[in-house]
Design a protein around this ligand. Structure first.
Ligand code: AMP
Ligand code: ZN
Length: 477
């Protein structure tokens, strides 16, 4: 059997993966804070860990893997968004608006992540459903001398945990110098972080031994992972931006509560825009939905993300989008007539598994798929294993094909060629008359019918896009 090696951030090297229990391989990935649409950067960990999930299911059997990804639905950003809505006149109490905001964001998130070809994790806990477990864990940390109460807050005492900083390789002094720590007079050490904080009457809150309040972000993941995966589990993942402080703090809390916590820590690098992390706070982001609405298929996003190794920073570029779109179009055409249901005895080729087992070498995985163009059935089966040419993409393709055949019957190319000829002719005439109004009008009409128009010095090329609208084209004939 192929050996699975994964890069462990904690040890800073690739290690052979040895599950704690082969019959129940357990993975936790930090999910989104649900206050807004997921941006493209947020989709990267989801796609990367989806590949790992598929691989683990393949290696250990689907029934022997548990994947948990949470929703952070207690957060000041969600509260702020609900407050903004209330000020704008939305009906309902603040609590209702908060609930509404997180419910709708979760539904969007699931829809968008499905569109990029990811499987749903086995468990998707919401932080608000685990408050009792968080309170229990905080009490335990206080009892063990790792946390203290101060002015309605409970803080984790970083000085009580010697290994604090080990994951990110920083000393507490470096952290203080480099981080924007919230200076609060009640903190014993400026790096001490909040486990529990007080809520005012308007803000969501739960009763606790320290008064009505709400949990800090870090304790949420520690408590949910403990509840769903146990005190010791195999893999903990997330973006590298979470390594410090979020994951450092999760480790501190869980270890001090007496849990072994995760064996392997995995982090994806950031998706960037012009060399800077794509993030909401920098304002340099676009959402997955923006791209889907522009007609970029979800699987194109998946392809672009997987073409770069997860531990390298990557840019989203127009060129990558085009290349991915071409590859997927080619694969779809090659495999369209074939049966997508896998044979019961389907074997996934060792070469693909080997690539993925090498710390998720998805780039090589895609190269492997590209080489299968002479074996369309094998291409289809293996592409689907990696989350491509899935049911959604095939449904969209069916739609697209039926639209085209409705309009053109069996000869779309001739009719497109005719329209292209007409446009070229108008253009040649306009070059002499200097009146381009007819050219522009026809071009515009084609575009609004969902036809891509490319005008080069060699002629005019027309291509049907998925937004193609046959009724608009009828008028042009
Ligand atoms: P957040 O909702 O910001 O906590 O992020 C949810 C997940 O997306 C976390 O695993 C983050 O590490 C990850 N993430 C956020 N921004 C990016 C980015 N630009 N590139 C890759 N991953 C990101
Ligand atoms: Zn987390």
């Amino acid at each position: 059997m192929t050996t699975l090696t994964l890069h462990n951030t904690r040890t800073r090297r690739k290690e052979v993966f040895a599950p704690i229990d082969r019959r129940n391989v357990r993975m936790y990935v930090c999910g989104p804070t649900v206050y807004d649409r997921a941006h493209l950067g947020n989709a990267r960990p989801v796609i990367v860990f989806d590949v790992l999930y598929r691989l683990l299911r393949h290696v250990y059997g689907a029934a022997h893997v548990t994947y948990v990804r949470n929703f952070t639905d207690v957060d000041d950003k969600i509260n702020a968004e609900a407050q903004r809505r209330r000020e704008a006149g939305a009906p309902g109490t603040l609590e209702e608006l908060i609930r509404e905001r997180s419910d709708e964001t979760i539904a969007w998130y699931l829809e968008d992540m499905k569109a990029v070809g990811t499987l749903e994790p086995d468990e998707m806990p919401r932080a608000t459903q685990y408050i009792a477990q968080m309170v229990a864990m905080i009490r335990d940390l206080i009892a063990k001398g790792h946390a203290y109460e101060a002015e309605g807050h409970v803080l984790f005492a970083v000085d009580s945990y010697e290994a604090y900083g080990a994951l990110s390789g920083r000393s507490v002094e470096d952290m203080i110098a480099g981080a924007r720590v919230e200076v609060a007079p009640y903190k014993r050490n400026p790096m001490d972080f909040v486990l529990w904080k007080p809520s005012d009457a308007e803000t969501p809150g739960w009763d606790s031994p320290w008064g009505r309040g709400r949990p800090g972000w870090h304790i949420e993941c520690s408590a949910m992972a403990r509840d769903l995966l146990g005190e010791r589990f195999d893999i903990h993942g997330g973006g590298i931006d979470l390594q410090f402080p979020h994951h450092e703090n999760e480790i501190a809390q869980s270890t001090c509560a007496g849990h072994d916590f995760a064996n392997v820590w995995m982090h994806n690098e950031m998706l960037q825009v012009e060399g800077k992390k794509m993030s909401k706070s920098l304002g340099n982001f676009f959402t997955v939905r923006d791209l889907l609405e522009q007609g970029v298929p979800g699987e194109v996003i998946r392809f672009v993300v997987l073409s770069t190794h997860y531990r390298k920073p990557m840019d989203w570029t127009e060129k990558k989008r085009q290349e991915a779109e071409q590859a997927l179009r080619y694969w779809m055409d090659l495999t369209w007539e074939l049966d997508p249901t896998p044979q019961s005895d389907l074997e996934i080729d060792g070469a693909l598994i080997e690539a993925l087992c090498d710390d998720l070498n998805t780039h090589l995985g895609l190269t492997y798929l590209r080489a299968l163009h002479n074996q369309p059935q094998k291409l289809l089966d293996h592409a689907r294993f990696l989350g491509f040419l899935g049911d959604e993409a095939r449904a969209a393709e069916k739609d697209y094909r039926s639209k085209i055949s409705q309009c053109f019957g069996s000869g779309p190319n001739e009719q497109l060629a005719e329209l292209a000829g007409k446009l070229d002719e108008l253009r040649n005439g306009a070059k002499i008359s200097k009146d381009f109004s007819k050219v522009d009008a026809l071009k515009q009409a084609l575009l609004s019918a969902g036809i891509e128009v490319r005008m080069t010095k060699n002629g005019v090329e027309l291509n049907v896009t998925p937004d193609f609208d046959a009724s608009k084209l009828e008028a042009l004939k």
